[in-house]
Design a protein. Structure first.
Lengths: 113, 112
C-alpha cells in the first residue's frame, strides 16, 4: 500500500477563498483523522471518522471548517472562507482501529495571505 | 492541565549517549501509548507503542509505561545525529474522544 495520500502538498491562497484538502487513507483502515499542526498549538485533532461516519468534530475550530468522507477511500477538509490564521500544516491519518497506531500522510502546508 | 505534557526541550545529548524523553498524561482511562518521531518539515512516523505497564524494547529504543504514575518515557540508546528530531508522545483514551491526543513534542539534538 502507498500509505496515506494527501493533496495538494502545498497550497497558497488569498484570504476569503475556499480551500479543499484531500486525503486517501490506507485501504482497510476504518478510522480517518484530520489533524492541524502549528508551532503555537502543536498537533490538534480536528475531526475523525469511523467507517465513513463523522464521530467527533469538536476540534473543528468554527463553522468555516467542514469535512466529508463520501466513501472509504476518500475524505475532504474544506475551509470557506479561509483566513490567515488558518495557515498551518494539515495532516490526514488513518488507523485500523481506535486503539492502534495512526499512519500519517505527508501533510498539506496551507498558507493564507 | 494539558491532556498530554512533554518538555519542549531542546534536549541535547552527545553522540553515543542515552537520550531520555518523558511524557505525562492526565486521563487515567488512557490505554494505549505511542511515540512518534517527526523530522523538520516531515510527517510524524511511529517509533513504538506500548499498552502494558513495564518496559518494551525494540532495537535501540525502549518505551517505559507506569500507569499508576501516569507516566510514559522513551529511551534511545547509543544516540546518533540522525536521531535529532522532535519526539511526540500520543495517548489514546478508553472514554470520550477515541483518537490519539498528542503532546507538544520534545526536540532532541544529538551532538556529533
Amino acid at each position: 500500500d502507498a500509505g496515506v495520500i494527501q493533496s495538494p502538498r502545498h497550497e497558497v491562497t488569498e484570504m476569503g477563498q475556499e480551500v479543499t484538502l484531500r486525503c486517501k487513507p490506507i485501504s482497510g483502515h476504518d478510522y480517518l483523522f484530520w489533524y492541524r499542526q502549528t508551532m503555537m498549538r502543536g498537533l490538534e485533532l480536528l475531526i475523525y471518522f469511523n467507517n465513513n461516519v463523522p464521530i467527533d468534530d469538536s476540534g473543528m475550530p468554527e463553522d468555516r471548517f467542514s469535512a466529508k468522507m463520501p466513501n472509504a477511500s476518500f475524505s475532504t477538509l474544506k475551509i470557506q472562507p479561509s483566513e490567515p490564521r488558518d495557515s498551518a500544516v494539515y495532516f490526514c491519518a488513518s488507523s485500523l482501529t481506535s486503539n492502534t497506531e495512526a499512519f500519517f500522510g505527508q501533510g498539506t502546508r496551507l498558507t493564507v495571505v | 492541565q494539558k491532556e498530554v505534557e512533554q518538555n519542549s526541550g531542546p534536549l541535547s545529548v552527545p553522540e553515543g549517549a542515552i537520550a531520555s524523553l518523558n511524557c505525562t498524561y492526565s486521563d487515567r482511562g488512557s490505554q494505549s501509548f505511542f511515540w512518534y518521531r517527526q523530522y523538520s518539515g516531515k510527517s510524524p512516523e511511529l517509533i513504538m507503542f506500548i499498552y502494558s505497564n513495564g518496559d518494551k524494547e525494540d532495537g535501540r529504543f525502549t518505551a517505559q509505561l507506569n500507569k499508576a504514575s501516569q507516566y510514559v518515557s522513551l529511551l534511545i540508546r547509543d544516540s546518533q545525529p540522525s536521531d535529532s528530531a522532535t519526539y511526540l508522545c500520543a495517548v489514546n483514551t478508553r472514554t470520550g474522544r477515541r483518537a490519539l491526543t498528542f503532546g507538544s513534542g520534545t526536540r532532541l539534538q544529538v551532538q556529533p
